[in-house]
Design a protein around this ligand. Structure first.
Ligand SMILES: C[S@@+](CC[C@H](N)C(=O)[O-])C[C@H]1O[C@@H](n2cnc3c(N)ncnc32)[C@H](O)[C@@H]1O
Length: 213
């Protein structure tokens, strides 16, 4: 992983260009750090099937599509973003690496949540946070008492591979403020959602932005 860092930098830059934005050097450095962490700790933290370089890079590039969508629709520093069911950090950690938005990563499984804490610290994004619990409809069910996640309070909401996309789009609307954007990962041939305001396509995945009430 370390030996291919230069090449990874080029791949990230090329993908970002394809998805309509320019990735800055700090973001590239953060993603490189994350790749090292996923590679090193993937198995120990039971993160996901992909711990090989190509598999991880595929997840990262899908995360960059999400970042591209945020650029296309319009984001600004300090906005709030919830990533539900972050798992190993897709797309939440990639968003935290690339955008100066305050990301809340929601993950009920302790080992995965511990990894997310470690990763957020390592990339120097202490303004982001990891919460342990479940999102159910517009309810938040914490595992540790005292952690609060409020519905209708986020500018952006993402969830990859947690709910069926059409379920997530409706559920996500409950978590964004009026005018906030729900991000959905679907196949390219999927019809537009009602309220869709942007999309970023790649060969496999189409990332859609749907405006909440
Ligand atoms: C298939 S994994 C996907 C992880 C990551 N988003 C990705 O794409 O690699 C689903 C994750 O969502 C979490 N999860 C499942 N149901 C959830 C819920 N109701 N609220 C929050 N997280 C949930 C699981 O613990 C798991 O880590």
């Amino acid at each position: 992983m370390q030996g291919s860092n230069v090449d990874v930098g080029h791949q990230l830059a090329a993908a970002a260009t394809r998805f309509g934005f320019e990735i800055d050097a700090a973001a590239v450095e953060r993603v490189r750090l994350l790749l090292g962490l996923w590679h090193r700790f993937g198995r120990a933290f039971n993160l996901s099937g992909a711990t090989d370089e190509a598999g991880l890079l595929g997840h990262v590039l899908e995360g960059l599509q999400v970042v591209g969508l945020a650029h296309a629709i319009g984001w600004h520093a300090g906005q709030s973003w919830i990533d539900v069911g972050s798992g190993a950090g897709f797309p939440g950690l990639v968003v935290a690496a690339c955008l100066e938005v305050q990301v809340t990563l929601v993950e009920p499984r302790e080992r995965r949540a511990s990894f997310l804490d470690l990763a957020i610290n390592q990339i120097g994004r202490r303004d982001c946070r990891v919460v342990r619990g479940h999102i159910e409809g517009s309810s938040w069910r914490p595992i540790k008492a005292g952690e609060i996640v409020a519905a209708s309070s986020f500018d952006w909401a993402s969830a990859r591979a947690v709910f069926a996309p059409e379920v997530w789009v409706e559920l996500g609307k409950r978590w964004v403020k009026s005018g906030g954007v729900v991000v959905a990962h679907v196949r390219a041939e999927t019809d537009p959602f009602t309220g869709e305001v942007g999309r970023v396509d790649d060969a496999r995945w189409s990332i859609r932005g749907v405006r909440g009430g």
